[in-house]
Unconditional design. Structure first.
Length: 144
């Protein structure tokens, strides 16, 4: 090998190279293509590097797409289903109860939580389960 030979590889070794033709620049992926590629990364046992390689991407790009998708999903408010039930019909009062009211004894009202957010009033009546209360508060936090 002469001192003027600038090749770094030994004779006979063949390396792979890729020729890119056409306009050089960023590739544009449609929302559907991105979603399809992201779904591949979410399959149990999927390796992000392999999915990226298969589509000509870097793993960092896929992780960025995943982070952006996660942020977009968090921005969508979660709603709790509301059930509208008719008011229960009260039975006729016994005579003793009507006498107590006439004497000025206050009738104790059932406890309730009332929340007013942006003109929307939410009332949680006594006896609501903790899971229901947590779901309502979570939906209000997500919407504000």
């Amino acid at each position: 090998m002469s001192r003027l030979d600038h090749r770094l590889e030994a004779e006979g070794e063949v390396r792979r190279f890729e020729v890119i033709t056409g306009a050089i620049g960023r590739r544009r992926w449609s929302a559907d293509d991105r979603a399809q590629i992201l779904e591949e990364t979410l399959v149990p046992g999927a390796v992000v590097s392999e999915v990226a390689r298969r589509h000509g991407l870097t793993p960092q790009q896929l992780f960025t797409w995943r982070r952006e998708a996660r942020k977009a999903a968090e921005a969508v408010p979660a709603f709790v289903p509301a059930v509208v039930a008719p008011e229960p019909v009260l039975a006729a009062e016994p005579p003793a109860a009507s006498l107590r009211r006439k004497r000025g004894i206050r009738h104790r009202r059932a406890a309730a939580i009332e929340i007013d957010v942006a003109g929307v009033k939410v009332t949680i009546e006594n006896g609501a389960s903790p899971a229901t209360i947590a779901a309502v508060l979570g939906a209000l936090k997500a919407g504000s």
